[in-house]
Design a protein around this ligand. Structure first.
Ligand SMILES: [Zn+2]
Length: 430
């Protein structure tokens, strides 16, 4: 967004300048900030001075650009502000506190959400309080001398859909029936005395990329989040596209066109029949039966086989956690050379690649980023298939980039915090 030099919208212009400085992590010259913000040199100079007085921006060395004069580098001070991120997932709650550079400065894992939302929110509030207290005791301060408690802007929460991000209400997230229709933002704000926001985990993960990446806010991005299920998120010009009911990006039932089983939705070979952790474990079990157990007898196969006995309707966070452990075992086996395990992981990539081919045609992104808690382990097997399938057709001709996220398992919580930073500090995300 371009700024205006009108003095009465100074606060907005401050955000425009801060955003222009922040979008180049290695630092920007004042001329670059002038160009990127669309403000006058005089306005940028005035606002920059104000941001420096508040400790949000610093000058750091000089850039020499070819034959021109060396230019002073402007850069945000990452430790000048903080936001908290909460990832509420059926398998567990993760808390982080991140700085303005999306760096994690404190984190804590709580157990699964449990069956009582009041008790769950109280645990989250107590956990955040503990992180802030520890940071105080450890001597964490902003360069201006503020404590973490004083520098904390607010709390972002990421959760699986369905949810209503406008009202801050969990609607019907899977495997958490006790949390359905919970006004989470209101409850958490009351428990912590701080403002909060709620969004889907997929949108949060994408927000982390936009926040931390160099000028990704200028591109159309497609993010694929690989967890116990697969979801997607799309952003254009720095804005996440949520759809009318925060349901955009539910790609589990996208047809892959592959030879696959009939899905619970009635169609054949949906993406989720290859990519849901539970479905992958079923496929292992089926393959094992077909081979009548003669293909070896490693521990992971016994563990994975038990998955077939779980009734999908009775899935709980405990069984999901166990599924996660079985998937870890499967991938460890694939890594150490087990061909069946490797094939199941490769099929994940083939199906995801087919789905991406369709999605690239729909969204026409500059870039596709794949991440989420299970992606790092799957990537060595799945990524070659993803690239082969997804880049057939127009995506390949246009040279769309497909890469893995640099964030690890905590991306949901980090992303939730960056969503909050974005709401407070980005002139485009409102
Ligand atoms: Zn389906």
């Amino acid at each position: 967004m371009r700024g205006s030099s009108m003095p009465d919208i100074g606060a907005k212009n401050e955000l425009v300048v801060l955003d222009a400085i922040r979008s180049a992590p290695e630092g920007s010259s004042q001329s670059e900030v002038v160009r990127r913000s669309g403000l006058s040199r005089q306005a940028v100079s005035l606002i920059t001075r104000r941001l420096m007085e508040r400790g949000l921006v610093e000058t750091d060395g000089t850039l020499s650009a070819g034959r021109g004069k060396p230019r002073t580098v402007l850069r945000v001070v990452p430790s000048s502000l903080l936001a908290a991120g909460v990832h509420l997932d059926p398998t567990g709650i993760t808390l982080v506190i991140v700085d303005l550079g999306a760096n994690v400065v404190a984190e804590k894992a709580l157990g699964p959400p449990g069956s009582d939302p009041d008790a769950g929110v109280a645990r989250i509030a107590a956990g955040l309080e503990e992180l802030l207290a520890t940071m105080y005791e450890d001597g964490w301060r902003t360069p201006g001398g503020q404590s973490a408690r004083e520098a904390l802007l607010g709390i972002g929460v990421a959760a699986p859909g369905g949810l209503d991000w406008r009202r801050g209400v969990l609607v019907d997230p899977p495997w958490m029936p006790d949390w359905w229709d919970t006004p989470l933002v209101e409850m958490l704000s009351r428990a912590t005395g701080r403002t909060a926001l709620l969004d889907k985990d997929t949108n949060a993960a994408l927000a982390a990329e936009i926040w931390a990446g160099e000028r990704l806010s200028e591109q159309t991005l497609l993010y694929v989040y690989v967890s116990v299920g697969v979801g997607s998120a799309v952003s254009s010009a720095g804005r996440v596209q949520r759809g009318s009911t925060t349901q955009a990006g539910e790609i589990g039932h996208l047809p892959t066109g592959l030879d696959g089983p009939v899905c619970g939705c009635g169609r054949r070979a949906c993406l989720s029949t290859f990519t849901d952790v539970h479905a992958m474990l079923h496929r292992i079990d089926a393959a094992k039966s077909a081979a009548d157990g003669s293909a070896g007898n490693s521990d992971w196969r016994e563990a994975a086989g038990a998955a077939a006995e779980i009734d999908v309707d009775e899935l709980s966070s405990a069984s999901l956690e166990a599924d996660g452990e079985r998937l870890d075992a499967l991938l460890a086996a694939a890594t150490s050379g087990d061909r069946l395990a490797a094939r199941i992981a490769q099929e994940h990539g083939t199906a995801l690649g087919e789905a991406l081919r369709t999605l690239i045609g729909i969204h026409d992104p500059h870039r596709v980023i794949i991440g989420g808690p299970y992606w790092r382990a799957l990537e060595p097997f799945a990524m070659p298939q993803v690239l082969e399938r997804a880049l057939q057709g127009s995506g390949g001709r246009r040279g769309v980039t497909i890469s893995s996220s640099a964030f690890g398992d905590d991306v949901g919580a980090i992303g939730a915090a960056t969503l909050y930073l974005g709401r407070e500090l980005s002139p485009t995300v409102r």
